[in-house]
Design a binder for this molecule. Structure first.
Ligand SMILES: NC(=O)c1ccc[n+]([C@@H]2O[C@H](COP(=O)([O-])OP(=O)(O)OC[C@H]3O[C@@H](n4cnc5c(N)ncnc54)[C@H](OP(=O)(O)O)[C@@H]3O)[C@@H](O)[C@H]2O)c1
Length: 287
């Protein structure tokens, strides 16, 4: 997401992206130093411990990055009257609801990652009244480790893939989240600018199998060899952390407040697949 913010910065703002050496979320003093370094128009916290399964055995590190770090950023930014936009996750919910989650539905994390992110939200909301907590889900992008990139890599290596088909969610492009952050930033100068929790995720819904199917349809249309796909149940793909069966987020409050509606996840996924296919083609030519 940090890469996406650099590629698509909020209109009228310069994005300064600190390295971990410059801002270590697990070191409150380092977070406070960064906030004090310049008269920032806003702080966007896109950093987090995101290794969901590993968090179960590295709980202290996950809590430091996801709860204590955001608390330090919130305290330091509030002291200077600087708004804080904090990115959070559908994993604060247990996934048991039979409709998309709204902002005021009670949280009930079922993992260390989810609990640490929920604690981060509470700290941010309590410590900085000028904060916006943006929950999102199923993030993909042309960069880093994410499901779309993993599918394309595995698809190039294997003839057949099995993908979980009993978890529902709203796949979201990191570039679209960057645009959502831009919409939040556009309102920051207003007296009484919106604050609180908002959901932003791709429009529509699918399963991981549905997302994989879309990725490979698009890749096949671009001439890539793609694997045979089969749907499986979560119970056939055991992981240390049980993923929420329902990760769908209701984004109506965000759209109402900031005037930006998320675009369909299919369109955003196609765009990222096209970029990755084009980049692979360029690499192939260079080799
Ligand atoms: N990925 C998803 O599907 C998803 C879904 C819902 C919500 N979110 C939320 O979206 C936000 C962005 O996630 P992402 O997908 O962009 O994850 P990501 O690719 O794992 O990026 C997280 C970034 O945080 C940095 N980081 C980790 N620990 C840090 C620390 N102690 N100090 C400073 N930086 C640290 C990482 O640095 P290194 O590169 O040095 O490790 C990395 O650059 C997070 O708040 C996450 O909880 C993600």
């Amino acid at each position: 997401m940090g890469r996406a913010l650099r590629e698509a910065p909020p209109a009228g703002f310069e994005v300064v992206a600190p390295s971990r050496a410059e801002l270590d979320l697990s070191d409150a003093a380092s977070a406070a130093r960064w906030v004090a370094a310049r008269p920032w128009a806003a702080i966007v916290n896109a950093g987090a411990w995101t290794a969901v399964d590993a968090a179960e055995t590295c709980a202290a590190e996950a809590w430091a990055a996801n709860a204590l770090g955001p608390a330090a950023l919130a305290r330091a930014s509030a002291e200077r009257g600087v708004p804080l936009i904090h990115i959070s996750t559908d994993y604060v919910f247990d996934g048991g609801l039979d409709r998309p989650y709204r902002e005021d539905d009670p949280v009930g994390p079922v993992s260390v990652y989810g609990a640490s992110k929920a604690a981060g939200e509470i700290a941010v909301a309590a410590l900085n009244p000028r904060s916006v907590i943006l929950r999102t889900a199923w993030v993909f992008s042309p960069w880093g480790a994410n499901f779309v990139r993993t599918m394309l890599r595995l698809g190039a290596e294997r003839d057949a893939l099995s993908v979980v088909d009993d978890q529902a969610g709203c796949p979201t492009s990191a570039l679209d989240i960057a645009r959502a952050v831009g919409a939040v930033c556009a309102r920051l100068g207003e007296p009484g600018a919106p604050s609180g929790v908002f959901h932003f995720a791709g429009a529509g819904e699918t399963t991981w199998f549905g997302l994989a199917s879309r990725v490979f349809e698009r890749a096949a249309a671009a001439g890539l060899r793609v694997p045979a796909l089969s749907p499986i149940a979560s119970s056939d793909w055991p992981t240390p952390v049980r993923r929420p069966a329902n990760s769908r987020l209701d984004t109506a409050r965000f759209t109402r407040t900031f005037g930006l509606a998320p675009r369909p996840w299919t369109q955003a996924a196609d765009e990222v697949v096209d970029r990755l296919v084009a980049a692979a083609g360029q690499e192939g030519k260079g080799a």
